[in-house]
Structure formats: structure tokens, C-alpha cells
Design a binder for this molecule. Structure first.
Ligand code: HSE
Length: 301
């Protein structure tokens, strides 16, 4: 059996619209094993237990890339990551399927090629790159639509608290509310803060993170899609956190300098939003991981 563990990802990280993505310690685990039938899928609603399942489609894409016949497979999905909440759930499916195809055929897909195939499927690199590489990734597509990725360290003293609403925001709708152009002055505001943010995360400088994390590209427009945005931001700031919309929402992510501040946000947000999931997280520095298990014994990682 092949077991693939993929971290959730938080794209944009406030000021890095469509180019920053952070892997966090919140996971999907997907197992793949030989089956007597063409395809069995468990661990997701029945309507997704078909050949259109994104994990399976990615597995097939990986096999096709390697020019190998698609094996009969049983896929078991075990995930904490909710859909349409800005935590990269579709990227975890894509990365799990592609990585499983690679491991199935003796790790035949290189990491660079995994990045290319996953980006092709997802359409943009900001979630798939940290899901594969871990940490904070800055990425763009070159003129041939291939991802160019730089990985930054994130200081492990930083704590993250995800406030996950009990309502969804669709990325398509969240892109429709954005304006088509941006003023020069706002662009300078944004570019300078994005560059500072990467270094501030690396240094673990919570004050600098707070100063840099002031977005003018998407949050002012998307905040209205998240009715509790202002309330959640106030809770985060009361405890010295810096809050941003994770991906296109609806999750709101707070970054804090220490465990005490994360605990305060966790407690206050849990009281204010009893129907939400509030989760404390750390940065995931590893990205996708795989294990090959036979008769309960791990053979390789
Ligand atoms: N960067 C994308 C957006 C992430 O904000 O629309 C969505 O997955």
C-alpha cells in the first residue's frame, strides 16, 4: 500500500496575491492499493466515488505522463481539510494522485515534473507548490506556463490559527469581485509589502509581519464575502495576531509571535464562532510525504 500525506496550504498570505503560498500542519492522507476492480474509492461522499474524482484523475495523469497502464486501484481518503475554505483542498487531491503514480512506478516523476503536472491541473501554482515542497513558496508561471518556484524558510516560532467558517466561498466568485486594474500607488504599496513579508516570515518578526500584511489587491473586495471578517480580525488583533484571508476564503488565518497569543485567539474565536472549526497550526516544512507499507511494515519513505 502507498500512503501519501499532503499538507493544507494557505495561498496569498495576505499581500502575495497569486504568488505566495504557505504549507501548514493540517493534512489529507490518501492510501492507494491494488484492487480486483478497476476503481474503488472510500472516504468521500458517494457522488465523488467515480472516475471524475480529482485524486483519481491526478493518478491517471501521472500514469499517462509515465506512459504506464493505469492499474486497478483502491483509493482511501482521510482528510481534515474542508472544501471551498481557502485551504488548498483541491491541491491536496492533485498532489496525492500524482505523487502516488510516481511512487507506484518507483518514484519515476521528479519533483520538478511534479510541480509542472500539478500546476497544469490546478491552473495556478500558489497552492500546489507548497503542498509539494512545504514551507513558504513564491511562484510564478514563465512564458511557457511552467512554474518558477523559490522556497523561503518560515521561522518555527511563529504560530498560526485558522478560523474556518461553517460557510464556503467559491474561488470563482471571489475572483469575480476583484477590479480589473490597479493604481500605480497601490501597486507600489503591494509589491514592497509582499517582498518585506517573505523576509518577516523568515525572521519570525511579528511586528514586521503586522506592518507588511496590509493588502490592497484582494482583501478589501473579498472581505464582504465573509460576513464575520471584521469580527474575526478584531479578535485576532486584540491578542496581537495578524489576520489575513487564506486563499480566496472563507478561512481567516491569524499569525502570532508565540503560543500564548495563539491560545488566546483560539479561545476567543471558539467562543465567538461556536459553529466554526478553529485550529492551531504550525508551518509544514516538508511538503508531500509518501510511505510504502507492506503487511504493516513501512518499506520506504
Ligand atoms: N490565489 C488564488 C486566489 C488562490 O486568491 O484567487 C485560490 O485558490
Amino acid at each position: 500500500m502507498i500512503k501519501i500525506k499532503v499538507p493544507a496550504t494557505s495561498a496569498n498570505v495576505g499581500v502575495g496575491f497569486d504568488c505566495l503560498g504557505l504549507a501548514v500542519s493540517f493534512y489529507s492522507t490518501v492510501s492507494f492499493e491494488e484492487s480486483s476492480t478497476r476503481l474503488e474509492i472510500t472516504g468521500c461522499p458517494t457522488e465523488f466515488q467515480t472516475e471524475d474524482n480529482l485524486v483519481y484523475k491526478a493518478f491517471v495523469k501521472g500514469c499517462d505522463y509515465l506512459d504506464k497502464p493505469v492499474p486497478n486501484v483502491k483509493i482511501s481518503i482521510d482528510t481534515d481539510i474542508p472544501v471551498a475554505r481557502g485551504l488548498g483542498s483541491s491541491s491536496t487531491c492533485i498532489v496525492a494522485g500524482l505523487k502516488a503514480a510516481s511512487v507506484w512506478f518507483d518514484n519515476a516523476i521528479s519533483t520538478d515534473q511534479l510541480l509542472v503536472l500539478a500546476t497544469e491541473m490546478e491552473g495556478h501554482p500558489d497552492n500546489v507548490t507548497p503542498a509539494i515542497l512545504g514551507g513558504l513558496c513564491v511562484s510564478f508561471l514563465d512564458d511557457n506556463n511552467r512554474p518558477v518556484v523559490v522556497k523561503y524558510d518560515v521561522n518555527t516560532q511563529l504560530n498560526f490559527v485558522a478560523l474556518i467558517p461553517n460557510y464556503e466561498v467559491s474561488t470563482r466568485e471571489a475572483r469575480k469581485v476583484l477590479p480589473k486594474t490597479m493604481r500605480y500607488a497601490d501597486t507600489i504599496h503591494q509589491v514592497s509589502r509582499c517582498a518585506v513579508m517573505t523576509k518577516a516570515l523568515e525572521a519570525g518578526d511579528a511586528d514586521l509581519i503586522h506592518e507588511a500584511c496590509d493588502d490592497r489587491m484582494h482583501e478589501p473586495y473579498r472581505a464582504k464575502l465573509i460576513p464575520d471578517y471584521a469580527h474575526a480580525k478584531a479578535i485576532s488583533e486584540q491578542s496581537n495576531g495578524t489576520m489575513y484571508i487564506s486563499g480566496s476564503g472563507s478561512t481567516l488565518m491569524a499569525i502570532t509571535a508565540n503560543e500564548k497569543s495563539a491560545e488566546a485567539i483560539f479561545k476567543n474565536a471558539s467562543a465567538a464562532f461556536p459553529d466554526w472549526k478553529i485550529r492551531k497550526m504550525a508551518v509544514d516544512l516538508t511538503g508531500v510525504q509518501s510511505e510504502v507499507i507492506e503487511r504493516g511494515k513501512v518499506l520506504h519513505r
